[in-house]
Write a protein that binds this ligand. Structure first.
Ligand code: SIN
Length: 306
């Protein structure tokens, strides 16, 4: 159990978003997919009692992606729910914070008065959120604000399955190895193809110094192993020559996103999706340029991977 969960569970009175009321009748309906479940019977605009919170937390660990339909919630309510799971992380691209709510990153392709209102290419490459930090994200929550009539799906890859099914020669190649993760890995490439990547200030660059994490991490709450490398942020495997490192990473990336490891989320109005970055990678499948898409993202801090 992480310390944030442990603190909230051990001392409900310390949690301002908690309610002592009776548990709501909650149903967790698993998808016919390698990850994911829908949570029915919950209104996230209301404070959650401890029992309901514990059910959600358990479902999150079991299914890795939870979908809450038709949630008419404000940014403050999204923040309050997210905080139940731990402290929130502030994205380095402060340009795309929701005004008055620095914990909310606007994910959007909308341009107003010649200026992008959000990060339109978040998720262009497969990744686990904030894996470039010493403490990568525990999980992220994305709340739909405005959806395109077509496209705009989000794909999730089950990295436990990726590890469990990894061929023996790749397992032995990566066991005990570490890899470098950096926010800047694809930044210049993204900058060339989109209006969403402003030049970073020296202060922003200082916030995203490269870090090293194990290639195979152990989930701190379930003990399950997962591959923890991504095409967006992982640049090299420590201790290997450059060409060997790149070809090994390419094999790991290709294996991770095999179709049998994936769930594709097709967004509906007011969906809230909550995923586990310790178990998954995700990808934004893309939105046609002429259609508008806007979502609000909160990101919960996790542990140092081991
Ligand atoms: C993200 O990577 O957080 C955004 C995913 C999406 O826009 O579907």
């Amino acid at each position: 159990m992480t310390s944030a969960f442990a603190a909230a569970a051990a001392n409900p009175a310390a949690d301002p978003a908690a309610s002592a009321g009776p548990a709501s009748p909650l149903e967790i309906r698993a998808f016919d997919a390698p990850v994911g479940a829908e949570v029915l019977g919950l209104d996230l605009s209301q404070p959650l009692d401890q029992q309901t919170f514990a059910q959600i937390r358990r479902a999150h660990l079991d299914h890795h992606v939870l979908v809450f339909r038709d949630q008419r919630i404000t940014p403050d309510q999204q923040i309050a729910f997210s905080r139940r799971f731990g402290p929130l992380q502030i994205h380095v691209l402060h340009q795309f914070q929701l005004q008055g709510h620095p914990e909310v990153l606007i994910v959007s392709n909308i341009v107003e008065n010649g200026k992008p209102i959000g990060l339109g290419d978040a998720g262009y490459f497969w990744h686990s959120d904030l894996s470039y930090k010493e403490k990568p994200s525990l999980g992220s929550l994305l709340h739909a604000q405005e959806l395109p009539a077509e496209g705009g799906d989000t794909l999730f890859a089950n990295m436990h399955l990726a590890w469990d099914t990894l061929p023996a020669h790749l397992r032995s190649a990566v066991e005990g190895k570490s890899a470098e993760h950096t926010y800047l890995a694809k930044y210049a490439e993204l900058q060339k193809r989109s209006p969403w990547r402003p030049n970073l200030s020296a202060e922003q660059v200082a916030q995203v110094k490269a870090v090293v994490h194990p290639v195979v991490r152990t989930h701190p709450e379930t003990g399950r192993k997962a591959l923890f490398v991504s095409e967006h942020f992982t640049t090299r495997i420590i201790g290997l020559p450059e060409d060997e490192s790149q070809s090994l990473l390419d094999e790991l990336f290709a294996h991770s996103v095999r179709p049998e490891h994936l769930y594709r989320h097709r967004w509906a109005e007011h969906d809230m999706v909550f995923w586990d970055n310790r178990s998954l990678m995700h990808l934004a499948a893309g939105t046609p340029d002429h259609l508008r898409r806007k979502l609000y993202r909160t990101t919960i801090e996790g542990d140092v991977p081991f």
